[in-house]
Every structure is written in C-alpha cells, then in structure tokens.
Design a protein around this ligand. Structure first.
Ligand SMILES: Nc1nc2c(ncn2[C@@H]2O[C@H](COP(=O)(O)OP(=O)(O)O)[C@@H](O)[C@H]2O)c(=O)[nH]1
Ligand SMILES: [Mg+2]
Length: 365
C-alpha cells in the first residue's frame, strides 16, 4: 500500500493528497450500464434509461460516445414513427407557452406521448434559457405522457444539432409519437431544426407596423404554418390584420416541394384558442405528404444530410484537434495576418500537415 517516494508526491510535512481525485470520483461512482440495459429500458419506455442514454449522447467522453452510438444503432429499427414538429419564432413570441398548451392537448385530449426538445446553442453560456422555460411547461414537465429535455450544451450549433437529432431517435424508440423541437429563434438554429423535423411552425407577433421585418424571408419560406400568437383581447384586431398580411406574403413565395400550401392561423395559448386547429393542420399536412411521397423522401434526404454533416463535423474536430496542426497554427496565422502568405496557401500548408500526421498515425508500430 505504500506509495513510491517520487518527487511529485513527496513534500515533507505536508499532508499527502489521495491517489484518487475525490471531486471526480463521485462522477464515476455510478456504474456504467451494459448496452442491453439501456436498449431494453428505452424500448420499454423507461424514462430513466432514456434520460441516461441522452446523457451519453451529450457526453464528450469517447467511451460514452461509442456506447451512445451502439445504443442508437440497436434502437434504430424502432425509430421514425413520430411526427416531428419544429417550433420557431423570436424570443418572447410564446413558443414555450404554446408547446405547453399544444403538448397538453396532445397528451390529455388525444392520447399521444409527447417529447419536447430544444436547440439552443447559447445554452452553454447561459445554462439554458430553455431550462428556465421548463417553468413555462409546468404541466408538461410533470405529465407522465410527456418528456421535456432542455437543450444540450454542446458548444457549436452543429454539435447541439447532432445531439438533438440523436435524441429524437431515442425518444421515438421509447414510444413518443410526437416530437416538438423548440429553437431559440435567433441565428442559424431555425435551419438546423428545419432539417430535423417534418413540419415547421413559425410563430409571429402581431407587431407594431412593419409586420414582415422581424423574421428573415428565408425562415418564412420554410414555414408550413405561421401562427400569430397572443391573438386575444385588444390584440385580436391587429392579429387579424397581420394574418391577412402574411397570407398575401405567402402567395408570393414559390410553391413548396411538399405540395402543401402554408397556412396562417391565429392562436392564444392563454385562452387555449387555435391550439387544436394547429394540430389539425399538422395532421392534414402529414396525410397529404404521406400520400404524395414527400414525407418519406424528405426524411431520406434529411438522413443523408445528417450523415454528411456528421462527417464534416468529425473531420473538423480531427483537424483542429491534431497535434501537428495545433503546433503549426499560431505561426501560420501570424503569417496570414502579416500578409506574408495568402489564406489559401496557409490553409493548404495546414491541410498537408494534417494529412501527413494522419498517415503517420495510421502506420502500424
Ligand atoms: N397574452 C398572452 N401572452 C402570452 C401568450 N403566450 C405566451 N405569452 C407570454 O409571452 C411571454 C413569452 O412567452 P414564452 O413562451 O416564454 O416565449 P418564447 O421565448 O418564445 O418561448 C410570457 O410572458 C408568456 O406568458 C398568449 O397566448 N397570450
Ligand atoms: Mg422558450
């Protein structure tokens, strides 16, 4: 039991530290489950197994990621059977409140099982505005037929999006037949969520004056349904005016490849108005696109896109994590900034370095 008297551990008169870092030990005390325990748990709809598997997906430890991948593969035959709905709109428009109302309608009135996920790349810094949102989803958060999971804090949007996509699949394997994905509604996250859902719901406020300013045209073009929120009381008249305005704007867009013509609805989550109608639109959309083949072809296109994106991110991780690249980067960057070399030549030098170091790593020793 005695420790070797190495220079690093011996300091006369000073209490010697433990071999085990107690702060870290707690994290590993929970014993790793075998794959089978996760998979059978998820397929049974067990929330603990589902939550723990999602934690593996979100982990950055390589052994966790490998296990998450095996679990996902095993669950794959049981995925894909949900309706995936993306919900976007500027912060404050009422996304979380609507999801609470819609989700509760789905579980209580229609007997669905609803998973609520979120894509919020900023949540690394703020520890999740969506976490705060859980308080806006009080009923859903305690509903036995709902599963609410805050956004993963994965750093880049790509990382967060990948984790959310994989989480969708696990939720489906666990029997959730409606998946609602909320975006923060700023930046690029709408496109990421559009790329992982079947139906895209854009929430808009009946704002002061210039109605079409708030949201970029590209996002409006993605929308299958625009819902004007908070359309109650004094707001009702303005909401109706906004509805006509959006309907006119939608006519100017090219027809969607889905064959579906986007609709504009009024809703009020506090009055429960328009919520059931939104779901009826989703169902009409699903019926139409399943009949014309778009539903399936869109899912296939998305699956292919996920694969390509996974490759892109993996390559990027490898490149920027490569020792030779990291060593050479600062000097090459200085050359670019000083105008001694072009960005293109610098990039090629770094890529060559990366290729050689990858080849070297591949050689059997
Ligand atoms: N009057 C009214 N207020 C609403 C409605 N829906 C949401 N709100 C309020 O709008 C604010 C923002 O809602 P929230 O759901 O957090 O918006 P998010 O940032 O888009 O998720 C909150 O204070 C809500 O209570 C509605 O239908 N009517
Ligand atoms: Mg919210």
């Amino acid at each position: 039991m005695s420790r070797e008297p190495v220079a690093l551990s011996v300091q006369a008169g000073v209490p010697q530290p433990d071999n085990v870092n107690r702060a870290l030990a707690g994290r590993y005390r929970r014993r790793r489950w075998p794959d089978e325990q996760y998979v059978s748990g998820i397929l049974r709809g067990d929330r603990v197994a589902l939550s723990r598997a999602i934690t593996l997906i979100e982990s950055s430890r390589p052994e966790d990621q490998e296990q998450a991948e095996r679990i996902l593969e095993a669950c794959l035959p049981n995925t894909g059977k949900s309706v995936r709905v993306g919900v976007t709109g500027v912060p404050g428009v009422g996304k979380s409140t609507l999801i609470e109302a819609l989700g509760t309608h789905l579980t209580r009135a229609l007997g669905h099982k609803v998973a609520v996920l979120a894509v919020d790349p900023s949540s690394q810094v703020s520890r999740g505005s969506i976490l705060g949102d859980k308080s806006r989803m009080e009923t859903l958060a305690t509903d036995p037929d709902a599963f609410v999971r805050p956004s993963p804090s994965g750093g880049s949007l790509g990382g967060v999006a990948r984790k959310t996509r994989e989480t969708i699949l696990l939720c489906e394997a666990a029997g959730f037949d409606v998946v609602l994905v909320e975006t923060v509604g700023v930046g690029q996250s709408e496109a990421a969520v559009h790329g992982m859902t079947d139906f895209f719901l854009l929430l808009m406020l009946a704002g002061a004056g210039d109605e079409l300013q708030g949201i970029k045209r590209g996002i409006m073009e993605m929308a299958d349904l625009i819902a004007i929120t908070k359309a109650e009381g004094d707001n009702r008249v303005r909401a109706e005016a906004a509805k006509r305005e959006y309907e006119n704007a939608l006519h100017l867009f090219p027809p969607s490849p889905s064959g579906w013509s986007p609709v504009v609805r009024l809703c009020s989550a506090v009055e429960g108005m328009g919520i059931a109608e939104i779901w009826e639109d989703v169902l009409r959309y699903v019926q139409l696109t399943k009949a014309n083949g778009h539903f399936e072809s869109n899912r296939k296109r998305q699956a292919r896109e996920w694969m390509l994106e996974t490759i892109r991110y993996a390559l990027e991780d490898q490149f920027f994590g490569d020792q030779a690249v990291r060593r050479a980067m600062p000097a090459i960057e200085r050359d670019v900034l000083a105008g001694r070399t072009s960005s293109f030549a610098a990039a090629r030098r770094l890529l060559n370095l990366f290729r050689h170091s990858a080849e070297f790593a591949d050689e059997p020793n």
